[in-house]
Design a protein. Structure first.
Length: 246
């Protein structure tokens, strides 16, 4: 059995006393696996994501990252080991594309030749030829290109875990479909575990190996598209996936 890169066990998190955002949340993501979180607004998707790199900490339960309890890991060191992709890539606007991609390797003390080789490798992987794009700044890129740079930066130090929070949500429909196709292509060359938050169930079914349906801070069901559509765990899951048929 493939070991879990990320595991949540009976996790609880509340920002307001008595109003938990996550309440008994349990889920695991294995090496090389993509798991998507879907559910209504306020169901705890983004909070679950932030627990994985200690942007927030759990009130109860356990979050394990790369085999260790997240609470035992230094937050800064952890974030350098976990890739994080948000809408529009979250790029530093005054840095070049190359400088953005090399952010974490630079912080980790990589030599300049190693940083350069890694950034060129990843820019090529995401379809941005270094000779054309490495010296450009984010403002000169399209939304889809900025998102590609964000993915390259998140993978730059060989991260084993990639967190993606609505990574394609700000793109127009054509660019979004293109990025989804690119993601599917990149995955064949990744070994990273991926936890993806999306409001788009179609996107979740397209990109993820398993989809976790959340409601009220709990996973109501996790499974493949076929499992969720043909054997929903309860009426909520059935209604949530109803438009996709069997």
């Amino acid at each position: 059995m493939t070991p879990s890169v990320l595991e949540y066990a009976d996790v609880r998190k509340a920002f307001i006393p008595g109003q938990p955002v996550l309440d008994g949340f349990s889920l695991s993501v294995a090496k090389g696996e993509t798991v998507a979180l879907v559910g209504p607004s306020g169901s705890g998707k983004t909070t679950a994501l932030k627990l994985a790199n200690r942007l927030v900490d759990a009130d109860a339960g356990t979050v394990r990252v790369l085999g260790r309890a997240a609470s035992e890991l230094d937050p800064v060191a952890l974030r350098r080991r976990v890739g994080y992709v948000i809408q529009e890539g979250g790029l530093f606007p005054h840095w070049t594309v190359r400088e953005n991609v090399e952010t974490v390797p630079r912080l980790l003390g990589w030599t300049e030749p190693d940083r350069r080789a890694r950034s060129e490798e990843l820019l090529t992987l995401v379809g941005l030829p270094p000779a054309e794009f490495a010296g450009r700044r984010p403002r000169s890129l399209s939304g889809g290109q900025r998102q590609r740079v964000g993915v390259a930066r998140a993978l730059a130090a060989g991260q084993s875990l990639l967190l993606m929070d609505e990574p394609f949500g700000a793109l127009d429909p054509i660019a979004r479909r293109a990025m989804q196709r690119e993601f599917q292509s990149w995955r064949a060359r990744w070994e990273a575990a991926v936890l993806l938050v999306t409001h788009d169930l179609r996107e979740a079914f397209l990109l993820a190996d398993r989809v976790a349906v959340l409601r009220d801070g709990r996973v109501r069901q996790v499974g493949s598209r076929e499992e969720l559509t043909r054997a929903p765990a309860d009426a909520f899951v059935a209604e949530f996936v109803a438009e996709f048929g069997s």
